[in-house]
Write a protein of this length. Structure first.
Ligand SMILES: [Zn+2]
Length: 289
């Protein structure tokens, strides 16, 4: 479910960046796997450090709200957090200021841009839906007021309740990148299960299954032009594509034999490319054939 949801969100976001920000949405023992599947599903980067480690990529994130809260509590001014971040964090880390912690997004954005004059890569707006009002309108206002002050190239990163159906209007409003947490990390599972569908008797496979299940060893065939899948018994003739009548290719192969994994797994980045190649050909809301 996680990889599928990540794929749907990346499909909706197109060439805009999608960052997996779901590390705190599940138990720490699960978070790295969560990040792993978010990436192979299509996310461009992940914030979970251990997840990025498994993936062999650099973790990506922005400053947390806790930094602003500490500076406000101890020093009385949260904008000192932005200056401290710029002073102490490695130079190759893009300066993305979190601009919504205490005040209006527009006012904080202008203050942030002026504070880090010229060094700012982007602003991150992360306001919970309950406080947000019309978020695309807020983004338009931020971008407009920054442009009027001469800051045209500041990127806008949004996070907090981002999901696939909200993405198109946010892109229209001028968003450059999305931080996605719960929508991916807490995605619904894909309802699948393993079942016994055949038993080997006297060196021959006998189709058998519990009632309600389809018996026999199967193969799934795909038309790579139409992205249509057809399930057949393995000993049936391979089908032609029901739409274009073209050739269909088998998808299933042996992974485990006598308890041993018999295939080599591809690098996560290659799996991600394979996933993206497929969803480029699919429509987000297309019905199954
Ligand atoms: Zn076809």
């Amino acid at each position: 479910g996680i990889a599928t949801k990540a794929a749907r969100i990346k499909k909706a976001a197109g060439d805009k960046l999608v960052l997996s920000f779901g590390a705190r949405r599940t138990h720490p023992a699960v978070s790295p796997f969560n990040a792993f599947y978010a990436f192979i599903g299509g996310c461009d980067a992940v914030s979970c450090i251990k997840g990025a480690d498994f993936l062999g990529i650099k973790p990506t994130g922005t400053m947390p709200h806790s930094l602003m809260i500490i500076f406000k509590a101890i020093r009385g001014d949260h904008s000192e957090a932005w200056i401290a971040f710029d002073k102490h964090v490695e130079a190759d880390v893009p300066r993305i200021i979190l601009a919504d912690t205490f005040d209006d997004e527009v006012e904080e954005s202008i203050k942030a841009v002026q504070t880090l004059n010229g060094k700012l890569w982007g602003l991150r707006l992360d306001t919970p839906g309950s406080r947000r009002g019309n978020f695309p309108a807020i983004i338009r206002e931020v971008k407009w007021k920054l442009k009027a002050l001469g800051y045209k190239n500041v990127k806008i990163v949004v996070s907090g309740g981002v999901d696939e159906e909200k993405i198109p209007e946010l892109i229209k409003a001028g968003v450059d990148a999305f931080g996605v947490g719960a929508a991916i990390a807490n995605a619904r599972i894909v309802d699948i299960a393993m079942d016994i569908v055949a038993v080997k008797k006297n060196a021959k496979w006998m189709p058998i299954s519990k009632r309600g299940k389809f018996s026999g060893i199967k193969q799934v065939y795909r038309c790579w032009n139409c992205m249509i899948d057809v399930v057949k018994l393995r000993n049936e003739k391979p089908p032609k594509c029901p739409k274009c009548l073209g050739e269909m290719k088998p998808l299933l192969g042996k992974v485990i034999e006598n308890g041993k994994i018999v295939i080599d797994f591809d690098e996560p980045s290659k799996v991600r490319e394979y996933v993206m190649k497929q969803f480029k050909k699919l429509d987000l809301y297309q019905k199954p054939w």
